[in-house]
Design a protein around this ligand. Structure first.
Ligand code: NAD
Length: 257
């Protein structure tokens, strides 16, 4: 058994409260590339033009142009073994909440029951003029034959319920995330470059609350020095492996290899 996997499994075993913080990396193996890696969305669509709240209000067609490329990926994606491993941890009583920066709905589809979507979801949208809520299917209908989907009620511009750059996060969601981070014993950070704030400050809240931190990533992050353990590899492989080792420990097996 590799030491670092056993080390993390023992941290899970001794933690009363475990919280996961996930980023784009956990969904890469579901076919949704992260935005920052070479060739990612932001290398082709400058976010200051395509993804700020201000640019959306001034000209939503730019955003929808980018969404035409992204939406089929989001729609076609299925949860992968990384998402499922967090569901299994929850079933074992060892993952209270998944705090995610992702907008792809994959944690919910995998079966995680308490998911905090820091950056919202692509599954619905709101009219900027009258506030009417629209489901994804209604937005698709509203978009038929035009570049920009408009509200079924007033003809205003519909904005997907994703948090754009320059837009505040939902205060209630953020407050709960901070409380969970501050109160947990162990935070598992999966597939996040920790470059987007305030999400990137959550490990710091956990650390200040004396929690242990474990990072799962294929690469280094700017915050690696604060992690107790870093497990390098694809989340769809490393997370199930940790859960398997933890299950072995909790069932009283010594050494699974
Ligand atoms: P990021 O793009 O900044 O970082 C992704 C991280 O995942 C990187 O550190 C990378 O090394 C790592 N990674 C890539 N493949 C991995 C794998 N198979 N296993 C483990 N780690 C892997 O992502 P972020 O920190 O989440 O921030 C980007 C922002 O873009 C977020 O705010 C999010 O809202 C949005 N976003 C969402 C999705 C989605 O919903 N699936 C996809 C892309 C971007």
């Amino acid at each position: 058994m590799s030491d670092e996997f056993e080390n993390v499994a023992r941290m899970i075993e001794s933690a009363g409260s475990v919280v996961a913080l996930t980023g784009a990396g956990i969904s890469v193996e579901s076919g949704i590339p992260d935005f920052r890696s070479p060739g990612g969305l932001w290398t082709r669509f400058d976010p200051s033009i395509y993804a700020t709240f201000e640019s959306f209000v001034n000209d939503p067609s730019k955003f929808w142009e980018m969404a035409e490329e992204l939406n089929p990926l989001l729609e076609g994606a299925e949860p992968n073994p990384g998402h499922l491993a967090l569901v299994e941890l929850e079933r074992l009583g060892k993952c209270d909440t998944v705090i995610t920066q992702n907008i792809d709905n994959l944690h919910q589809r995998a079966g995680s029951s308490d998911v905090l979507e820091l950056h919202g979801t692509f599954r619905c949208g709101t009219c900027l003029k009258c506030g009417m809520k629209h489901t994804y299917e209604e937005i698709e209908q509203a978009a038929a034959g035009r570049v920009v989907p408009v509200c079924m009620s007033c003809g205003g511009s519909i904005k997907p319920d994703v948090v754009l750059f320059g837009e505040p996060l939902n205060a209630r969601v953020l407050q709960r995330a901070v409380e969970l981070a501050t109160g947990c014993d162990l935070m598992i950070v999966v597939g996040s470059g920790l470059e987007v704030f305030p999400a990137a400050s959550l490990p710091d809240y956990a650390r200040r609350g004396n929690a242990r931190l474990v990072f799962f990533n294929i690469a280094t992050t700017a915050f690696d020095s604060v992690a107790d353990v870093i497990i390098v590899g694809k989340a769809g492989e490393t997370l199930p492996r940790v859960v398997e080792v933890y299950r072995g420990l909790s069932e009283g097996c010594t050494g699974t290899e």
